[in-house]
Design a binder for this molecule. Structure first.
Ligand code: C2E
Ligand code: MG
Ligand code: MG
Length: 756
């Protein structure tokens, strides 16, 4: 500051110096001038001082700023967050090292930040930018974004992002981004969500206890399996589930394993709230903290009883027949194997019974599969009832069943069981308003005599069953009765094939008597098969086999020839000219060569055609009436007579009968036998009606199966012309018949001479 004085003009200069000045006007002017200079100088000095001060302030501010810049850079450099400075067009201008978690710096700089954001998050990215643009700075708004990563770590990066406008005042504003990596947090959240989901949803029970054994938590599966809710369980001890089925030693080794190995695993029996004991597969693990200290035990268990049940169910399904519930072939094979092994070990015996139901196929075909199934179920239940507990009844498929009967051996014992089985199966079945009858054909083979291993036994039992079936069913055959060496074919069909060439077939002749006079009119040829091992096989058993196999054609041909030859032979020895009735099977009737072969047989043996009568069953003729009519007519043209056999069993319609070229009706034996029954006026009425009808049609009437005098009297009284039956003559060998005829003729002539 400069002080002005007129006497002593002095100027204080900075630093305390003073300047003495002259006193003239010029001097004054100079003085003033100087004074002004001094003042200016003073100002300059002051200004300099202030500038220096400012400069110092600025310098220290600069130092502070650079320090803060350094600090910022350091912080940003060290920050785990990703920092980006982007230009207005979105290109990355700067990035901190943490940003390299996305990609190397060289790839980041210059690239658009948005390109690193997954498309699904672009709307959020844009929203953030818009928000930053509006307000000029972030007010803490954050968005979660997912970013792609470059390089080996291709998993996404999940961040929370915030942005502020940077360099706002400069000519080229940009944005400052801070992205916080929350990938791990999200992963942990996800993991914990998953674990809690697993804990809740798993089908395995989970129980967590503290080290003192107090239950901390249980999951819903635990409650489902044990019946205890979480509220009933937490705070209690696992001993609440104890079944009492394990001794102290069990629990000692349990705890030892837990302490030594850190886990225990095994099957354990526990008790549900309901009191039911169940088995579980238990794994107990020790949970430790970071220092290795045990903090909890985690028990996870599966309800084995359910699994075992399911397994048992699966195994049941695999081993049992669904329809009948009986063991199936698989289980049967297993049981048979066991039976053989056991019998072999104990030098024991057992019998295998192969069963085929009789008439099942007809029922199934005619009444449908639903009824068929019911019949099979019923038959299976009956079979199971007929046998002992130790026996196995299995269904092999279709209507085939098999029984393994341990300790059962010998024909008598087998017969008892077999008859029981047949009896029970043959009882009528009431199904769907129908009374159904089935039967059973049984084939039996005993270990070891009929086979010492499974396949052979089964084969022999099967073969014996086949014979039982061929014998008409509802019977049993023991493999023994064939004396069959292993592998010998026991099929009736095969046997029958050889029967002709081996001379096992022959004919018997049953007389047909004129009712009124008792005179022998003729005979019916009846086929006989003498099998060396089976004995005499009834025609009712083997004719169907011959029919099915087609063997009936050659057999029928043989019968025809043999019958004609016999007639010629009798003629040759002077017997009265008899008629010969020969049975024709359906298949023969269909044979185009039939008429011709009959003609040639007659011609060959010199027999008049009208002495031959062909018998065709009523059921056959009614079934194939149209097809057979021409054939019958041609036979008639030949001069051969036609008889309808077993009349009354085939539901003939009168109208159809009247149109048929027939000569005789043979009333079936079943009606004749009914006649004898007391009070059976119905049978009597039927025979009377049939006889009347026959007479009206002008055909000859033959009564079959007449066994008593009463039947004879009744029938002849009703007008029946011909009688055939045991009463008047059984089927006989030809030599017997000629003797019988001679004795009859003798008796007649004796009677005649006695009358004279
Ligand atoms: P079918 O033609 O009805 O023969 C009569 C059957 O009744 C014969 O049985 C005979 O022995 C039997 N019979 C006769 N009188 C009486 C009686 O008073 N009481 C009883 N209980 N039975 C009596 P068989 O010989 O067992 O023949 C059965 C069936 O076999 C025959 O019935 C016939 O259909 C068939 N058959 C027999 N031989 C032949 C043949 O050479 N060819 C064909 N295709 N079938 C034959
Ligand atoms: Mg006959
Ligand atoms: Mg008959």
């Amino acid at each position: 500051m400069v002080a002005r004085s007129s006497s002593v003009r002095s100027a204080s200069l900075a630093g305390g110096q003073s300047l003495r000045l002259p006193g003239s006007s010029q001097q004054v002017a100079l003085h003033d001038q100087l004074y002004r200079y001094a003042e200016d100088l003073q100002h300059v000095l002051e200004r300099q001082s202030s500038l220096e001060e400012n400069c110092n302030t600025l310098r220290s501010a600069c130092v502070k700023l650079s320090e803060s810049q350094r600090l910022h850079n350091e912080i940003v450099g060290q920050s785990p967050d990703l920092h980006f400075v982007t230009a207005a067009d979105g290109r990355i201008l700067q990035a901190n090292p943490a940003a390299q978690t996305l990609a190397p710096m060289s790839q980041l700089i210059g690239s658009a930040l948005k390109d690193w954001v997954l498309p699904a998050c672009h709307p959020d990215f844009e929203a953030l930018l818009a928000h930053a643009g509006e307000r000029g700075r972030s007010d803490g708004q954050e968005k979660e974004l997912r970013l792609r990563r470059e390089g080996p770590n291709t998993t996404q990066l999940i961040v929370t992002a915030s942005v502020i406008v940077a360099n706002e005042d400069s000519g080229s504003p940009g944005y400052y981004w801070v992205l916080r990596d929350i990938t791990r947090i999200r992963e942990i959240q996800f993991e914990s969500q998953i674990s809690s989901m697993v804990f809740k949803e798993t089908s395995e029970a989970v129980m967590i206890t503290d080290i003192g054994g107090e239950i901390l938590a249980v999951n819903p599966a635990f409650s489902r399996i044990t019946g205890y809710s979480a509220e009933e369980t937490v705070g209690r001890r696992p001993t609440m589930l104890r079944s009492g089925m394990h001794d102290a030693g069990f629990y000692t080794s349990f705890w030892r394993s837990l302490q030594e190995k850190g886990y225990w695993q095994g099957e354990i029996y526990n008790r549900r709230k309901s009191g039911e004991i169940f088995s579980e597969w238990l794994t107990v693990n020790t949970a430790r903290d970071a220092n290795g200290q045990t903090i909890a035990y985690i028990a996870v268990f599966t309800d084995l009883s359910r699994i075992l049940q399911a397994e048992r169910r699966m195994s049941y399904l695999a081993h049992h027949d669904m329809l009948t519930g009986l063991p199936n072939r698989l289980l049967f094979n297993d049981r048979l194997e066991q039976a053989v092994a056991q019998a072999r070990r104990n030098a024991g015996r057992f019998t295998l019974i192969f069963i085929d139901l009789d008439r099942f196929k007809q029922i199934n075909d005619s009444l449908g599969h639903e009824i068929g199934d019911i019949v099979l179920r019923e038959a299976a239940a009956r079979l199971a009832m007929a046998v002992r507990e130790v026996d196995t009844v299995a269904r092999l498929g279709g209507d085939e069943f098999v029984i393994i009967a341990p300790e059962l051996a010998g024909p008598e014992a087998i017969a008892v069981v077999a008859n029981k089985v047949i009896d029970i199966v043959s009882q009528p079945m009431q199904i769907d308003g129908n009374e159904l009858f089935i039967g059973a054909s049984l084939g039996c083979a005993t270990y070891p005599e009929h086979g010492d291993e499974e396949a052979l036994l089964l084969k022999h039992a099967d073969a014996a069953m086949y014979v039982a079936k061929s014998l008409g069913g509802n019977t049993h055959v023991v493999f023994d009765s064939f004396d069959g060496a292993p592998g010998e074919a026991l099929h009736l069909e095969t046997e029958l094939r050889h029967a002709l060439e081996r001379g096992q077939l022959r004919l018997e002749y049953q007389p047909q008597i004129e009712a009124a006079s008792g005179r022998v009119l003729g005979v019916e040829a009846l086929l006989r098969w003498d099998h060396p091992k089976l004995g005499q096989v009834p025609p009712a058993h083997f004719i169907p086999v011959a029919e099915r196999s087609g063997l009936i054609l050659s057999i029928g041909q043989w019968v025809l020839q043999a019958a004609c030859a016999q007639l010629a032979a009798w003629d040759g020895i002077g017997l009265p000219p008899l008629t010969m009735a020969v049975n024709l099977s359906p298949r023969q009737l269909r044979d185009p060569l039939l008429v011709e072969s009959i003609r040639s047989a007659l011609a060959r043996h010199g027999i008049a055609a009208n002495r031959l009568e062909m018998e065709i069953t009523e059921s056959e003729i009614m079934q194939h009436l149209d097809a057979d009519r021409g054939k019958l007519a041609r036979l008639r043209e030949l001069g051969v007579k036609i008889a309808i056999d077993d009349f009354g069993t085939g539901y003939s319609s009168l109208a159809r009968l009247m149109n048929l070229p027939i000569d005789s009706l043979k009333i079936d034996r079943s009606f004749i036998s009914e006649l004898e029954r007391e009070g059976c006026s119905r049978a009597e009425a039927i025979t009377a009606a049939v006889l009347n009808m026959g007479m009206a049609l002008g055909v000859q009437l033959v009564a079959e199966g007449v066994e008593t005098d009463a039947q004879y009297a009744l029938l002849s009284g009703q007008g029946c012309q011909v009688i055939q039956g045991f009463l008047t003559g059984r089927p006989m060998r030809p030599e017997m018949l000629s003797l019988w005829l001679s004795s009859k003729a003798e008796a007649r002539s004796l009677a005649a001479s006695a009358q004279q």
